[in-house]
Design a protein. Structure first.
Length: 278
């Protein structure tokens, strides 16, 4: 007897819970294939109390018309996002599928169906075989003249910039430059044209030292260079070696090995770096 009472109570409570579930569609008419329908389901319990396994399956077709894309739960409401994937030949009333949910306490909740109207793009009297299809829209020919004009201007600017850069670096740069800036430029120009002449590079370096000191600097008078250009003192070993090699090259019967072009331009750049900081 007790078992019978429990069964009757369970059925009654399930029916009562089912009656408390309501559903409302965001659109219920004028629907065509490919449209989305959002069904808002109001529950008598919080959605967090539902058994997740009892929720409708996603990414699945439910009935002949609808495909369930998403289920969103907020408070005591579920939102079922359907996609209309099929329509009848004539516009008529259709229904969303019913679903049975289960709470964590074991109670059953039935989501009722909701009516909506949907139909085909074509009139019911149209014969698909006789419908005249429109041809592809004739595209206008693209006008590339503005692009050609911009490309021409860009090419002209690039050529002028390159020409200016070459003129600037070949010898028409401003004349008011510091001595070692001119020395580095002159030695770079020798290298660019393939003339790595050590004698020419040596003369360029002597000229830069003389101009920086304000007088002709010789090996025996290097102290005058340190006094006039104290920013060169930390390069004293390299500069002294340069003057030794230069004096030996020009004035000794048994000259020591001369500096190579790369070491001279390296010294010029080191002097130029300190010249900029002076």
């Amino acid at each position: 007897m007790r078992r019978l009472i429990l069964i009757i109570s369970f059925i009654f409570s399930s029916q009562l819970m089912a009656e408390e579930v309501t559903i409302k569609l965001d659109r219920s008419w004028g629907l065509l294939i490919g449209d989305q329908i959002i069904a808002s389901v109001n529950l008598p319990v919080n959605a967090s109390e539902l058994d997740q396994d009892s929720l409708p399956q996603l990414e699945k077709r439910h009935g002949p018309w609808l495909y369930l894309q998403e289920v969103a739960a907020t408070g005591e409401q579920l939102q079922l996002h359907y996609l209309l994937v099929n329509v009848p030949a004539e516009t008529r009333q259709l229904e969303t599928p019913t679903h049975t949910l289960r709470t964590s306490q074991g109670d059953l909740l039935t989501i009722p169906s909701a009516s909506f109207s949907a139909g085909s793009f074509l009139n019911a009297t149209d014969d698909a075989a006789t419908v005249t299809l429109r041809g592809d829209h004739q595209l206008l020919a693209a006008d590339f003249s503005p692009l050609h004009k911009k490309l021409t201007y860009a090419t002209l600017v690039a050529l002028l910039t390159t020409l200016f850069w070459l003129i600037w670096h070949i010898g028409l740069r401003p004349g008011k430059r510091l001595p070692f800036a001119k020395a580095v430029f002159s030695m770079n120009k020798l290298r660019w044209f393939g003339h790595k002449d050590v004698d020419s590079a040596t003369r360029v370096m002597h000229h830069a030292f003389n101009e920086s000191a304000g007088t002709v600097v010789i090996y025996s008078q290097l102290q005058h260079l340190w006094d006039s250009c104290p920013w060169l003192v930390d390069l004293q070993p390299e500069i002294t070696r340069f003057y030794q090699q230069s004096a030996s090259h020009y004035f000794s019967r048994n000259p020591m090995q001369s500096a190579d072009f790369d070491s001279l331009i390296k010294l010029a750049r080191a002097c130029r770096a300190r010249e900029k900081m002076a």
